[in-house]
Ligand binder design. Structure first.
Ligand SMILES: [Zn+2]
Length: 200
């Protein structure tokens, strides 16, 4: 689970080589400059590990709008996504952090999840939907997640907060990251892609 790829020795060479990964990037809202480097099927744990990566030369924007910040350091994070068949799906990324002169050290935003969440948007949406029909403990058991994390999702979206499906209507660029000349053909345009997400 703590495996980390080493792009310094293999900078982006897989990026164009596996068409299946490109399809899964669309399914999971993994967007340029991030890409799937590897997917590992763990039959013992019944899990699919999706390893997301980026070219180490990539610069990122700060959420304040300042562009072109180099990577300060990285924090390994994992997100639970919707299952593939009977296998749990875990998205894994050593999240780059930038050091902005105005804002300090901050994680970049990712397209598949809100800040501080252990789940993807689609997984949170599933949790919210199921809790309308069954007790929280049953939702946790059904999805094989902890009750504490189910409760945190409920607390986050109660009180009139919009559910994730309305914050993010579909695939689109990560806000604040300019898709440059390397952006994949067929990427949707930056504007009108379902609105911007709230800032946590
Ligand atoms: Zn900033």
């Amino acid at each position: 689970m703590t495996q980390e790829t080493n792009p310094e020795t293999n900078p982006g060479t897989d990026q164009e080589s596996n068409p299946l990964f490109r399809h899964f990037e669309r399914l999971y809202w993994i967007e340029f400059p991030l890409f799937i480097r590897d997917m590992v099927f763990d039959d013992d744990e019944r899990k699919v590990l999706v390893f997301v990566d980026y070219n180490r030369k990539t610069t990122f924007p700060c959420s304040c709008g300042r562009q072109g910040l180099k990577i300060h350091d990285r924090i390994i994070r994992e997100w639970r996504a919707l299952d593939i068949g009977s296998y749990q799906t875990i998205i894994h990324l050593a999240v780059p952090r930038t050091k902005c002169p105005d804002c300090g050290v901050r994680q970049i935003k990712v397209g598949w999840s809100r800040e501080h969440s252990h789940f993807t948007y689609l997984m949170e949406e599933r949790i919210l939907l199921l809790t309308q029909y069954m007790p929280l403990s049953n939702v946790a058991r059904f999805l094989n997640v902890s009750e504490r994390r189910v409760r945190k999702v409920l607390e986050r979206f109660q009180g009139g907060a919009r559910p994730p499906s309305r914050e993010r209507a579909g695939p689109g660029p990560v806000p604040g990251i300019e898709a440059g000349a390397d952006a994949k053909a067929g990427d949707p345009p930056p504007k009108g892609a379902g609105g911007r997400r709230r800032k946590d």
